[in-house]
Design a protein around this ligand. Structure first.
Ligand code: BDR
Ligand code: CA
Length: 320
């Protein structure tokens, strides 16, 4: 049976690989791609999404331009990581396709209304989704799963010690989405690290597949690999958006998860965008109500572990 997906993305290098996985999944019908400001500006994000579709031989999925800045904050680009074009400075030629008419926020609302039960996957800051929820709160009950690449379950951030980029970039939007009642499944940054990251051998394996998509997926991540080496000294390539997409495509890629109250820090500069995960259920413990002032119900399913060999096999399959 075909499943309907809607993907919101700030398309840069690892988003592109995640899009390939979804575009090549035989049973997935991507109803729309909605582009948000994040890694790159919206125009570049649209361009990168269209380029990725063309590498997949596809021109059938509408790509909508969306919010060009966070709800309350300034933009902060990740070009030091993904390259000035978001694609490893590969400077791919302009795609033939163009953005669809209309705004991404309208597309989110209309696509969800038209496809009750749709799976929403977010690979960027949550600005577009928050605006869609503000406009049409009833769409919350029409989404069957909302898989969010964002946050970190273990408090080691990639943009600050406390925070992961997507949540940090627009923490107010992330807070709206996490507290909205959407069935959020959080795929934090740490799931893509360590043995889940592509090692030198894994990257050589991808190259050995020798298909245009295999080379594209590594080429566009070349500045990311350099940045990872500088940031953490690790000689590998972590791919947070593709890991989130793997979970969206095959939920049991996530082998350990639990539901928790999750809050987003919006007040402090030091911990801006931190995902505060109540793993010991302090909010549910009446003795702690004084300290956890706004006692929350468990609102998010947090993925804590993935099946690493399966995720990598899934990636490789999508590239041949
Ligand atoms: C997230 O931020 C971006 O750099 C990646 O595309 C991913 O969505 C990881 O923190
Ligand atoms: Ca992204």
């Amino acid at each position: 049976m075909t499943r309907s997906f809607l993907i919101d993305t700030d398309t840069a290098s690892d988003d592109a690989v995640a899009l390939i996985m979804a575009l090549r999944a035989p049973d997935v019908d991507i109803r729309a791609l909605t582009i948000v400001s994040g890694n790159v500006d919206v125009a570049q994000g649209v361009r990168n999404a269209l380029t990725t579709m063309e590498f997949c031989g596809r021109d059938d999925v509408p790509v909508y331009a969306g919010a060009d800045q966070p709800l309350l904050r300034s933009n902060a680009r990740a070009d030091w990581f993904h390259g000035l074009d978001g694609m490893g400075n590969m400077n791919y030629p302009p795609p033939r396709g163009q953005a669809a008419e209309g705004h991404a926020v309208d597309a989110l609302v209309n696509t969800i209304r038209d496809n009750p039960g749709i799976v929403l996957v977010t690979l960027g800051p949550l600005t577009n989704v928050a605006l869609a929820l503000a406009r049409a709160p009833e769409i919350v009950s029409m989404v069957s799963r909302c898989v969010v690449m964002g946050g970190t379950a273990w408090s080691v951030g990639n943009v600050s010690p406390a925070a992961e980029f997507n949540v940090w970039h627009d923490p107010e939007a992330a807070r709206m989405v996490f507290l909205s009642g959407l069935p959020v499944e959080m795929a934090g940054w740490e799931l893509s690290r360590f043995d889940a990251a592509l090692s030198r051998e894994d990257i050589a394996h991808v190259r050995s597949l020798d298909t245009p998509l295999a080379h594209f997926s590594i080429d566009c991540n070349r500045s990311a690999m350099e940045a990872i080496q500088i940031q953490s000294g690790e000689d590998n390539l972590d791919l947070p958006d593709p890991v989130a997409m793997a979970i969206a495509l095959e939920p049991d890629i996530c082998t350990r998860s639990s539901r928790h109250a999750v809050e987003i820090e919006t007040q402090s500069e030091l911990t801006r965008g931190m995902t505060i995960i109540d793993q010991l259920d302090n909010a549910g413990d009446v003795r702690n109500r004084q300290t956890w002032a706004q006692a929350l119900a468990a609102n998010v399913t947090v993925c804590l572990e993935i099946d690493v060999p399966r995720w990598k096999q899934m990636l490789y399959r999508s590239l041949v």
